[in-house]
Design a protein around this ligand. Sequence first.
Ligand code: ADQ
Length: 480
Amino acid sequence: MRILFVAAEAAPIAKVGGMGDVVGALPKVLRQMGHDVRIFLPYYGFLPDKMEIPSEPIWKGYAMFQDFAVYESVLPGTDVPLYLFGHPAFTPRRIYGGEDEDWRFTLFSNGAAEFCWNYWKPEIVHCHDWHTGMLPVWLNQSPDITTVFTIHNLAYQGPWRWYLEKITWCPWYMQGHNTMAAAVQFADRVNTVSPTYAEQIKTPAYGEQIEGLLSFIGGKLSGIINGIDTEVYNPANDKYITQTFTTDTLDKRKANKIALQEEMGLEVNSGAFLIGMVSRLVEQKGLDLVLQILDRFMAYTDAQFVLLGTGDRYYETQMWQLASRYPGRMATYLLYNDALSRRIYAGTDAFLMPSRFEPCGISQMMALRYGSVPIVRRTGGLVDTVTHYDPVNNAGTGYCFDRYEPLDLFTCMIRAWEGFRFKPQWQELQKRGMSQNFSWYESAKQYDNLYRSMYGLPPQEEEETAPAPELILTEANGKS
Ligand SMILES: Nc1ncnc2c1ncn2[C@@H]1O[C@H](COP(=O)(O)OP(=O)(O)O[C@H]2O[C@H](CO)[C@@H](O)[C@H](O)[C@H]2O)[C@@H](O)[C@H]1O
């Protein structure tokens, strides 16, 4: 099938969070399964630093009283054709923010619709988050183009209808009161990125005010768990980490811990319990909970803590100040740095992710893959990807807690700190985590079936889509 992914992010060239990981990895796997998948992305001002882009556009269009140009390239490291939507509104060297954000991404969506109608006509347009939310509304005009809308973050719902009416075409049939609601109503299929979260968003606690609508469209709503790019994120051959390792050579991992302690200015001590966190610093990620207990945890234990993240100014300053109280034991790096994030996954003993809500979560899967034991709150995709450690039966992959309460997080972290003392059991726990299969293949199969269902086709037979050999985790050759 011809499928166009339309999104604001695509790793490795334009990524702020997990949506970039998904858009950067899923098309590659779907292409291996035989689909003609292409990506439509804004031409951000920083892109020429990261990849070759032809100077001549392949097509010029007009939307919302604006001229725009589309440039064709290939997503680096893949064979996925990449179309870049060129307009001066995207020239600044950033993805999100700025006063024109709502207008800018509505223009981008409108440009994508024009592109589908006039240049490359896909059978399916796969839209991601509110930035592309008007596409299902407009493409509703074209019976030969179907749409899938994936919710990565329900908390951001885009501009309200009264604003959209001022800047763009809102057809008479459109009912959604904001971009996200409109997309949910008009997309042929809606999915979010884990089965648990797909159920949770139908409730007031997680539905972000549109739980009624999400319950109403229940039949076309599903949850498909994300994967991670196991070729790119592979501890057996990752060139950004100090020492590569596999489950068979777990002892070598210690070199990464020592290198990380040196790099982040911590006391070098391979015996210390080192917890890491790589995160956007926003309410979703449970930062308020962390701030309520971390000081006490650091005072009570001899653990070390590293944080890599950017986000809300309040959380940035609070975490920064806390680090200054524990020199040599805690470090806060307020930056976005993919290479350093890998060294944190590869060098820490445990990875903290106490999210308030979590559609899926990519970071905990990366932590598991790199042998860092996740400490998570059981919500959304964290329920579907991390299982509770049971030392008696030697089962489970992480430390979990249920209630969004400081005391629950505190005791969970203490349990992990104590568990770390039992080295053989801890290593078994790490190995179990590293052996989980988070490759995109299983999820891609579900997306394939979702696409097929829109055309009345039966689900793909199991044997017809055997996993590509390079996606299977094989410790012997270090490939995944
Ligand atoms: N400072 C920093 N430096 C380097 N790397 C950093 C970083 N801060 C974050 N990252 C990286 O960004 C990604 C974060 O992905 P997550 O899925 O965990 O959360 P996010 O909330 O962004 O994604 C949303 O979309 C995804 C995709 O669907 C869902 O999994 C998730 O639940 C939803 O909230 C990871 O790859 C992480 O390593």
